[in-house]
Design a binder for this molecule. Structure first.
Ligand code: PGA
Length: 254
């Protein structure tokens, strides 16, 4: 397992027919690395297409969401077992777009985190404050509540596999990246909360990614911070050159 983790979140972008050619380009540009792990999260219809491309590569496959039940009458949903069956290893959970547009609540996200861990998937749990919450000085409290609720009922031995992504809502897709110092301040805060919840060894093991307008130009400064263990990359992950140079920056920081 690499020390740094870089995750591509394509969101609702790229057609299934565009997925193979794009992944081929990415695989040419991203060599296998010892200290950096890379995960690509395409939309659901492209997962089955992406799987054979990534199967023998060093890039892993992730989904952007899932339901918590194994199977049954849940129209429109996708289960952890289905993701596993497609060789997905990771799943993004609780992204702010899921919370603000689709009304996902923290207790519901907690069920998803538990289901991901129970099914052998690595949950990438997203947390982050809005611009208003930061203006009001409530950012630490907000992120803490999000983590405490979403991680309820997670045992210490399971928590080792968790990934947390700090994504300040005001920085997502806006081009307004958090400064490395500001991101580090929150990452340090998250690390100490994880210490309180799961102990020092596990807290040091959990990777805390930064997300929100990460691009090649700012990746290096962010990844050099002591508590930033990689990035969750949206817009910039849709450009193979840009994404592979973000990964290259991670490699030089690892
Ligand atoms: P962005 O998105 O890189 O386009 O800001 C990040 C995310 O929402 O995961």
């Amino acid at each position: 397992m690499g020390r740094l983790l870089v995750v591509a979140n394509w969101k609702m972008n790229r057609l299934p027919s565009e997925t193979g050619p794009f992944l081929r380009q990415l695989l040419e540009q991203i060599p296998p690395m010892q200290h950096v792990s890379v995960v690509v999260c395409p939309p659901f219809p492209s997962l089955a297409i992406a799987a054979p491309f990534l199967e023998k590569s060093s890039i892993q496959l992730g989904a952007q969401n899932m339901f918590w039940e194994r199977d049954g009458a849940f129209t429109g949903e996708v289960s952890p077992a289905m993701l596993r069956d497609l060789y997905a290893t990771h799943v993004i959970l609780g992204h702010s777009e899921r919370r603000s547009i689709f009304g996902e609540t923290l207790p519901l996200i907690a069920l998803k985190v538990q289901a991901a861990l129970a099914n052998g998937l690595v949950p990438i749990l997203c947390v982050g404050e809005s611009a208003k919450e930061r203006d009001d000085g409530r950012q630490f409290w907000v992120v803490e509540q999000q983590l405490i609720t979403a991680l309820e009922n997670i045992a210490t031995d399971q928590a080792r596999r968790l990934v947390v992504a700090y994504e300040p809502v005001w920085a997502i897709g806006t081009g307004k990246t958090a400064t490395p110092a500001l991101a580090q301040e929150m990452h340090g805060h998250i690390r100490s909360l994880l210490q309180r919840l799961f102990g020092d060894a596990v807290a040091r093991h959990i990777r805390i990614l930064y997300g929100g307008s990460v691009k090649a130009a700012n990746a290096m400064d962010l990844f050099q911070q002591p508590d930033i263990d990689g990035g969750l990359v949206g817009g910039a992950s849709l450009d193979a050159n840009e994404f592979s140079s973000i990964v290259a920056h991670a490699r030089s920081c690892a």
